[in-house]
Design a protein around this ligand. Sequence first.
Ligand code: FAD
Length: 441
Amino acid sequence: MGTEVAVVGAGFSGLAAALALARAGVRTRVLEARDRVGGRVLTRWLADGTQLDLGAQWVGPTQDRVNGLLARYGIATFPSAAHGASPVIFPDGRHAGAPEAAARVLDLLDAYAERVDPVAPWAGAEAAEWDRTTLAGWLRTAAPDPATARYLGRLLAGGLLAAGPDEISVLQLAFYLRSGGGSRALLAMAGGAQQDRIVGGPPVLAEALAAALGPDAVRLSTPVRAIAQDRTGVVVHTDTDRVEADAVVVAVPPTLAGRIRYDPPLPPLRDALTQRMPMGSAIKVHAVYPEPFWRADGRSGVAFCLAGPVTETVDNSIPASPRGVLTAFSYGPEANALRRMPPQARQASLLDALAAVVGPAARRPEEFVEYDWSADEWTRGCFCGAPTLGSWCGYGPELRQPVGRVHWAGTETATRWAGYLDGAIEAGERAAAEILARTGG
Ligand SMILES: Cc1cc2nc3c(=O)[nH]c(=O)nc-3n(C[C@H](O)[C@H](O)[C@H](O)COP(=O)(O)OP(=O)(O)OC[C@H]3O[C@@H](n4cnc5c(N)ncnc54)[C@H](O)[C@@H]3O)c2cc1C
């Protein structure tokens, strides 16, 4: 009998790992807690066929892995909508351009990113200092004025990592910029990570990957509770079953990997890492209107807000539907404040924020759809997990280091486009390659 590998999690990372192993002739069994594949992607359809992507939604240039898979399975994309002005909205309600000095500070951060090794961010000469410096603290001296500091704090900590600028280190940000190819690649719509959307939504690709694995390769509604290993193999325990294998790929965010029981227990530094990579905190809501009325006023619906519960809005209407979809993102402390509100007050606060972007008609959507990934047992936050202050240097080397027969995947372990669908695929393929290298596959 040949090698057999169990994969925990049927997100893009677990599916990519399983496919790479299956292609090399390795028998795989994917165990997925939810009753669906795809993980942090979820598309909901309104009765008239309007597509609402509640999780990941964009792909862009240089994301070669995800774009390659879309091409392989014949799944089309369409450009994100942005017709008209895309202002920054200041706390006094003024619509204007981004603070002028922001570009210079971004250049400086991009230069920092160039000095980070995406495989070993903890290893650089400045790593320790950057790892203990918060983005907010750094901006207090690097940005020439408070408005620029506020703008960049919300843009970078919020927009990229769904956190507050007090919560992330300069090293984590520099790593993230490096991993995605620089601030412009990460932040731009056209030419950047927000360029395109997927016809049918990202779950279509996850379902294509699962189908390529063949029937019965993925077991849904099967949370993995424990992983035991010894000299001869691993045993993966679910609520009802035990799966024996030669190795296991754990393709879930580190914080969820820490909720699985291990026998023998994880080494101290690896377990400590799982305690120090909390998920980001984002709330993504969709307000749906009979049409994208803001376009008639010359507004794109794309805006960046310097105050209030919403940091970013985008026009998420799709070409195939006449309806207008405005999507708002709230991050970090602002998202947490929203969670503390009763649902009606939360909705009113979010619609007020949309009204500040496109006018009072925003307060009367036909549909209002929110999804909070922090409330989801099998994700517990988004967009991804990130090391807390000091943790890259303290525990980074444990991130991808296998523990015996247990290998680690998930977008958090990627070196390129970490935090994204593309990074999830890289990570899965890398974990598969580790196993193949060790089994001579
Ligand atoms: C709101 C939002 C917006 C985003 N926007 C974008 C975007 O526009 N573009 C982009 O590229 N990325 C985006 N992302 C990030 C992207 O979704 C993730 O990087 C990617 O989906 C991560 O894939 P993964 O396989 O590493 O992890 P996951 O998708 O989290 O997969 C892990 C899987 O493991 C399962 N699981 C967890 N614990 C267990 C267990 N104990 N036993 C069995 N199964 C378990 C989970 O159910 C899940 O299916 C976004 C994410 C969110 C939530």
